[in-house]
Design a protein around this ligand. Sequence first.
Ligand SMILES: *[C@@H]1O[C@H](CO)[C@@H](O)[C@H](O)[C@H]1NC(C)=O
Ligand SMILES: *[C@@H]1O[C@H](CO)[C@@H](O)[C@H](O)[C@H]1NC(C)=O
Ligand SMILES: *[C@@H]1O[C@H](CO)[C@@H](O)[C@H](O)[C@H]1NC(C)=O
Ligand SMILES: *[C@@H]1O[C@H](CO)[C@@H](O)[C@H](O)[C@H]1NC(C)=O
Ligand SMILES: [Zn+2]
Length: 430
Amino acid sequence: MSSALSCLLLPLLMLLWSGQCVMSRPLLAFLIDGFRADYMDGLDALPGFRELLRRGVTVDYMTADFPTLSYPNYYSLMTGRRCESHHMTGNYMWDEHSKKEFLIGINPDSRLPMWWDGAEPLWVTAQKASMKVHMYYWPGCEVEIRGVRPAFCEEYVYNPSLQNLTDSIHKALNVLSSGQAHMAAVYWEKIDVEGHHFGPDSPEVRRAVLELDKAMQVLSRGITEKNLEEKLNVLLFSDHGMTKIQWMDKVIELDKHINMSDISKMMDRGPVVSLWPLASKHQQVSHAEHQYPERFFYRGGKFVSPLTLVAEPGWFIAENKRLLPFWKNDSSGPARGWQHGWHGYDNEFLDMRAFFLAAGPDFKQNVRAGPIQTVDLYNLMCRTLGVEPLPNNGSWSRVECLLSGARESTLCYGMVLFSVLLELLLTPGH
Ligand SMILES: *[C@@H]1O[C@H](CO)[C@@H](O)[C@H](O)[C@H]1NC(C)=O
Ligand SMILES: *[C@@H]1O[C@H](CO)[C@@H](O)[C@H](O)[C@H]1NC(C)=O
Ligand SMILES: *[C@@H]1O[C@H](CO)[C@@H](O)[C@H](O)[C@H]1NC(C)=O
Ligand SMILES: *[C@@H]1O[C@H](CO)[C@@H](O)[C@H](O)[C@H]1NC(C)=O
Ligand SMILES: [Zn+2]
């Protein structure tokens, strides 16, 4: 062999070796809306989760991004960025310039690229890298982001059924095991729906958790049947937690405190409310303004309103109680609020804590680690999938310990040995 070849090969190999040895395994991710960190306590009753954990890791809790609402955290999870850096800062947003609204759920204007283009989610980056991503009910998978859509998107519908979930699990395992997809992502809403309706400590939420556990048993059986234990990494995570609210006692009615005709636009109600005061009234309206903490990483978002109200835990902000759509009018007696749980509060509030679990060949087994943050997951997913992460706000050191590292080091040592051998063979004089 010529030394010219050696000059070419060696630097290439050294480059490969010195860079992180890239793992690349298929990934199945589950986004479980509103699954609070402690819902998985009492594993005895949850054989599905228990089985996953036997082959995987969990953490004490995962700190959601502020505001602890769905869309902001869906995007922090998939971009690794703080809300103010990906600009998806609410479930309800308003663009002052175009006068367009982003509204949670199914709504044409919410699909405009402007809400989504603030950062690039993992599925787009993976697609750009010629990996195929299949998504099931995942909010936003139908949107073209930076010119890209996932290879497959089962569009979001309100509160998919258990049958929808198990169907998605089977479909995902099929395309991942056949190599048709490299990543699959499944969204599940029921836990959040029951949490809002009945409160986090209700039997209804418990039932929903047990139902999800059944689906996890289906998942584990599918993984075994398809011989995927040593091939597939599975991630389960939520966007935020849930806390009990008492509407009868703890509603802040804005129209009792400010003249609502001084407000040109109000978005959302609940723990976080965005207000755009009339330009002429800004001073008057914001006299009670408090600085919110730096650690929210929120203010820099391009759709953030001049005035954002954040309620103390358990409190609910509305223009007026009567304008809330969540009242049940019994034939006799006064109207009763029928929502008993909410989220969106300060992300350090214990009840807002999200959960995380990962199982598969790239993760340690039967390990419970310390807390991580929502923005940390992105790097972890990129690493196991073999995608180069984009600049983000996640901490590698918080999640590195979750990886088994076994395959990585074998690969690295193998590579070193190979390059040493090659060097011996190729160096002129040998
Ligand atoms: C989801 O489930 C509902 C009810 O179980 C069913 O009607 C619907 O067809 C399912 N959607 C898909 C895409 O399978
Ligand atoms: C609220 O503002 C409007 C318009 O600025 C004004 O006409 C009205 O008197 C105000 N109401 C109160 C109670 O101050
Ligand atoms: C129930 O009563 C409230 C007033 O107490 C009213 O605003 C609301 O529209 C009623 N809701 C229904 C479903 O009738
Ligand atoms: C988050 O990451 C983005 C992209 O690298 C960066 O521009 C931003 O300054 C980071 N934010 C924080 C709070 O570090
Ligand atoms: Zn919710």
